[in-house]
Structure formats: structure tokens, C-alpha cells
Design a protein around this ligand. Sequence first.
Ligand SMILES: [Zn+2]
Length: 456
Amino acid sequence: MNKQDLIAEIENLKNVITDASISIWNNPEISGEEKFSSDLMKDILKSNEFEIHEINNVDYAFYAEYGQGSPVIAIMGEYDALPGMSQKKDTKHNPVIEGGNGHGCGHNLLGSAAMGAVLAIKNYIKQDNVKGTIRFYGCPAEETLNGKVEMIRENAFDGCDVALSWHPMNVNTPIYNSYLANNSIKFKFNGTSAHAAAVPHLGRSALDAVELMNTGANYMREHVIDKARIHYTITDAGGPPNIVPKEAESWYFVRAPHRKDVTEITDRLIKISEGAALMTETEASHKYVAGCYEMMPNKVLFDLTYKNMQELKGPDFTLEELQFADEIQKTVSVHQVEGDINNYKILEKYSMHKNVVSKEVAQEMYLTGSSDSGDVSWILPMNCFLTACWPLGINPHTWQATSMAGSEAGQKGMLYASKVFASIAYDLLNDSSLVESAKKEFSDKTKNNKYVMPLK
Ligand SMILES: [Zn+2]
């Protein structure tokens, strides 16, 4: 098989990949509940001669392996949905179940493209007796930012040489600097309850502490780096107002481009919580819900991904697919669409991005979300790319993205992603110097900057 034959394998597998993405889209499961989705993928991989390895202590996590020896290439798949994102394949907001789960981040496409790629690569390894191993990683609970961190804790990625990942988006590009490091942390205050009218002087309000902590955090905003993000909600504000609240709780996310900044800001936030407790004579405690790293860029893999994305060219959408996407795009403001067009420096005039952005734009681009994929990039060389599965102006975690993730245009973006994976893997299997250079770059960058698991 030459590279073109391997890419053609993806077309041969089109129905398997598309059917999996539709089944998972029709059965949206939130983080930590992905039984149907992971079973479906395991069944397909098992019936295609892959050996399934379960990951201890992480529900619905596994890897499927085929081949012998090095390089060992990991392709990562995810399959969790989001609560409240239920949506039919429609151009207006139309939930399947009001308030139900839905694939607003397109992980049905994410997992299926990755699975399709390993099936094609396996056919190549088998037919041509190629030396090397391909692994599909079934990664649950990405939306709660803990699945891959827990998999790392269980040494699930041991033995891999490089990891490849992608995400459905509104643009075709590899990403370089990406994902904000994140801490998700809950602050709990314990006070003394009392009758709020009869003996308020005996009460010490836990809600007062929550409010004072939020005030302190809001004053801190002025004195953190520009790119940091701090957001919170009050998850327990006490009970009825005629009782001084004994317990109250807030939930914070701290994000920044580098893990060290997140750690530093979190430490300051903990001091603020202690200050609020001191002021109110309550007790403060905190619990880490999740934490993750930013993505460590790997120039070797970035360049390789860019080259292959350009060679393959972006997906070619039909008139019908474009019309559906046009209607979806009309549901958001023109400014939102223009913002994407300007940011990505896009010259074409279609709702769906068809080409690959310029290399300069790709290298400068920054995804402001957070992902536990970042953590994998700190334990082995990794790269991630995006393909256009929904129109410019549309963001993930919206009903529009759910709708597109179940549409033909979304599936085209997914098949393009499968082809990009297959092409990169072909190069890695045929040129060992690429794997060696990616690993060298990784070890140089992490020599004095080792991964420290954010789970506490
Ligand atoms: Zn996502």
C-alpha cells in the first residue's frame, strides 16, 4: 500500500466510521457514564483483530492494540456528551429531550474518526507486514477534565512513542500552543447556625464567607496575568434566609496558559478563602475536583500534521451540506462569524471552512478551552489538529454544534480527520527519524520541567 491506498482505506471504511458516529450521537452519555459508546468501539475494534486492554480504576477507559514493535503510535478518541445539549439535526433549537444530553462538543465524531484511522492503519500494517504498533485510546470523561489524568495515573500510556489527537471545530488547522491549564476546585465553609432574627449574634454565616471570598477573588483579578481566567458559581448558598447558614460552598475554575500560573493563582485563592474564614469566624476547606495541563507543543509533529493536512486538502462539502450549515450559521451574530474569519485570516466565502489556515495563523492560534489531552502532551510527544465540522462563528458546547455533529457536513469533517491521522501515521511508520526527532524535542523541553499530576 502506498499513502494514497491507505487514505482510500478510510473511504472503504466510511460506513463503519459514520455509523459509529451516528450511534453515539443518538445515545449521548455524559462523562463517566460512557458504557454504550465504549462498548460499541470495543466491539468494532475486537472484531477487527485488535487486542483490548482495560484500564484499571477508570470506568470506560481502554486501549486497543494491533501490530508489533516500535514505533508505538497512540491515536486518542473521546466519546462523552454534555448535559443540556440535546438537539435534533435541525437548523433551529429543537431538543430531542428537553434538558437532555447531547454531543455539543462533537465527541461522537472525535472518537469515531480516531477509531476509523486505526482500522485503516491496521489494514496497512497487516497487508504490508509493516513493523510498528497502532493503538486506539478510548478516553472517557474529557468534559470533566479528569479521564486522561486518571489514565496517566494508571500508567495507561506506557510504551507509546507518540500520541495524536484531534477535535471537531469550525476550521481546518493543526494547533500548536493550545488549551489553558486548569484547576477545578470547590471551597466549603462551615459556620454556626442560629435563628436569624432571634439570636443572629450567635450565628456565624458560611454564606458570608463565600461572599467575602468571591469579593477577594474579584479584587485579585486586577493582579493576575492577562490571559488568566477565574470563574465561579455558588453551589450551596445555605438554606432559607431565616436560619444563619451553617454550610455554604463555591466552585472555582482557574485557567491560565501555563500550569505554573494556575498553581500560583490557586494558592492565592486558597489564602483568600482562609482570609474569608478568619473574617467570619467560620472554617474553610477546599477540594480539588479536577486539574489539567496546557498542551506542550511539539514542532516536529506540528509540521508533519500541517504538511499532511495541506496535501489532503480540506473536505469538499456538497451544496446541500453548505445550505444546512448556512442556516445554522445564521442563528448567531454576524460579529461572531466575522470574528472567526478575521482571527483565522480566512479569504474564502463559505460558511464551512474548506482549506487549511496559513501556517503562521496555525502557529499563533490559541484555543482558550481546557482539555485533559494537555496532560498527555506532558508525558509523551503529542500533537492535535482541528477540522471544520461546523460553520465559522459556531462554538463548541452549543445546540448548533450538537446539530452539526449529527449532520453530513460534520461527518465529512470527521472523515477528513481520519485521513489526516492515517497520513501522519504512514509517515511515522516509514521514517523513524520523525519519531526520534519528536521524542528528542519532547525530552529537551521536559528535561527541567517534569509533569506533576494535578489530581490531589
Ligand atoms: Zn471537546
